[in-house]
Design a protein around this ligand. Structure first.
Ligand SMILES: CSC[C@H]1O[C@@H](n2cnc3c(O)ncnc32)[C@H](O)[C@@H]1O
Ligand SMILES: [Zn+2]
Length: 426
């Protein structure tokens, strides 16, 4: 399969881009002009697609469900009771909706942590995206539950190879307040033994840090260090409440972090210190978090807010300029999850978007990256390509109406009054 994008803007130049199989082949003005699919690139710019480095895809089912509260109340009193009612099929449809929304806003990869791994994996397989899907792990310090969870991790790991290689199996201990020390240690060792990434929420709220100090006598990063988890395969979501010593430890051990500015602001968890993280040399990627704390999966919006937040928290307008915001949302996320993507160059994975330069938000065109980060919205994305396959063309994704209808039906089923338990025949 080959795709030829004719006369598209790349770094200001008008070029032809040839994709062969799942990688970029030739890029230039004298490209072999035959291909299975030809896309007219006139009036469009080609850019790397977005990599959403932390989300909970199927939480689209809870968009607008429990707003305007802090994390711990939100989780314990609203989200977890709702999630307890979800089955694999519900999660499949929630994840399909998430994939649709991401493709429509130019994202081709997401890192997920959620229940019913196989439901999300099925959605990603069908929608043609890439994903790193965590086997979610909670034990609430209960040894019996920990054993069940460990068995589930091993069972899922065993079947994960049957899915396309666009899907990466990773480990997802939820947080240090929901997973015991023993299990965290076990997960770290399992990850090292099998060459897996570990994806964990950490230091999201001040309460989490205070509770960690009270329970373990250490701050969260020091606690993970003691458990042997600090390593380049560890990816921390949020990392809001970090002191200099902790950032130093992260940098020394090559631990990477995912900044989720919208979720941190909406749950009022706190302000991520991008400038300090960068000064310590910690790699930062960008994530939306789930749809109940954002309430969308739009990486264009996330870039703008990350950049504005970095400026106002440091009182420095030069903090996180547009190009850095774009790199954080594309290349950094790709590298974090071991993908040879995030750049438009010969030999790289063919994951890219075409942005409509005629869109009202892109005119005039003083600076493409400035327009994309500070002015654009998702309707500026015309085409999304992942792994050398066109997932969206001219703003249209195949089967989108069916996904919306199925999600509405799923919600109607979940909200329907339930039979009283125990007396089903009377
Ligand atoms: C192990 S499945 C993932 C679990 O995480 C919950 N979740 C969603 N957003 C957040 C967040 O910002 N902090 C902590 N936990 C979060 C989600 O609802 C699932 O239960
Ligand atoms: Zn999260």
């Amino acid at each position: 399969m080959s795709i030829l994008i004719k006369k598209v803007r790349l770094n200001g130049e008008l070029v032809d881009v040839l994709i062969k199989g799942n990688r970029f082949d030739s890029i230039g003005t004298d490209v072999d002009s035959s291909a299975d699919v030809v896309i007219d690139g006139l009036g469009k710019a080609i850019l790397p697609s977005f990599h959403n480095a932390h989300t909970h895809a199927a939480m689209t089912l809870m968009r607008g469900y429990a707003d305007d509260m802090e994390l711990h109340t939100w989780l314990a009193d609203h989200i977890w009771p709702f999630e307890a009612r979800l089955g694999e099929d519900d999660i499949y449809w929630g994840a399909k909706l998430a994939c649709l929304e991401m493709i429509k806003s130019g994202t081709t990869f997401f890192a997920d942590m959620y229940w019913h791994w196989k439901g999300t994996a099925r959605a990603v397989t069908e929608m043609g995206m890439r994903a790193a899907l965590s086997a979610a792990f909670f034990d609430f310090d209960d040894p019996a539950r920990a054993e069940t969870m460990k068995r589930q991790v091993m069972d899922l790991h065993a079947v994960s190879a049957a899915f396309p290689d666009r899907i990466q199996f990773i480990l997802g201990p939820h947080a240090i307040y929901t997973v015991s020390s023993d299990s965290l240690r076990w997960l770290g060792e399992y990850a090292n033994r099998h060459g897996l990434l570990v994806h964990l929420h950490l230091s999201e709220t001040q309460k989490e840090v205070e509770d960690c100090l009270a329970k373990h006598g250490k701050r969260p990063v020091e606690y993970l260090h003691e458990l042997g988890l600090l390593a380049p395969n560890l990816i921390l979501a949020h990392a809001v409440w970090m002191n200099g010593t902790e950032m130093e430890l992260l940098a020394r051990h090559g631990v990477q972090v995912v900044h989720c500015p919208v979720s941190n602001m909406k749950l009022c968890s706190g302000q991520f210190d991008h400038v300090a993280m960068k000064a310590h040399g910690v790699t930062v990627a960008l994530g939306t978090d789930g749809c109940s704390s954002n309430n969308n999966l739009d990486m264009i919006e996330e870039m703008k807010i990350a950049s504005l937040l970095a400026k106002v928290t440091s009182m420095d307008p030069t903090a996180m300029p547009a190009q850095e915001a774009l790199d954080t949302a594309t290349l950094n996320g790709a590298r974090m999850y071991g993908l040879d993507a995030g750049r438009i160059a010969s030999g790289k994975l063919a994951d890219c978007i075409l942005v409509n330069l005629e869109h009202v938000r892109m005119v005039p065109g003083h600076h493409l990256v400035s327009n994309l980060v500070y002015s654009a919205n998702s309707s500026c994305v015309d085409t999304t390509i992942c792994d050398g396959r066109v997932l969206m063309l001219g703003g249209k994704v195949e089967g989108e109406e069916e996904i919306l209808a199925q999600v509405r039906a799923t919600l109607a089923r979940l909200n329907a009054p339930r039979e009283p338990e125990g007396d089903a025949c009377s």
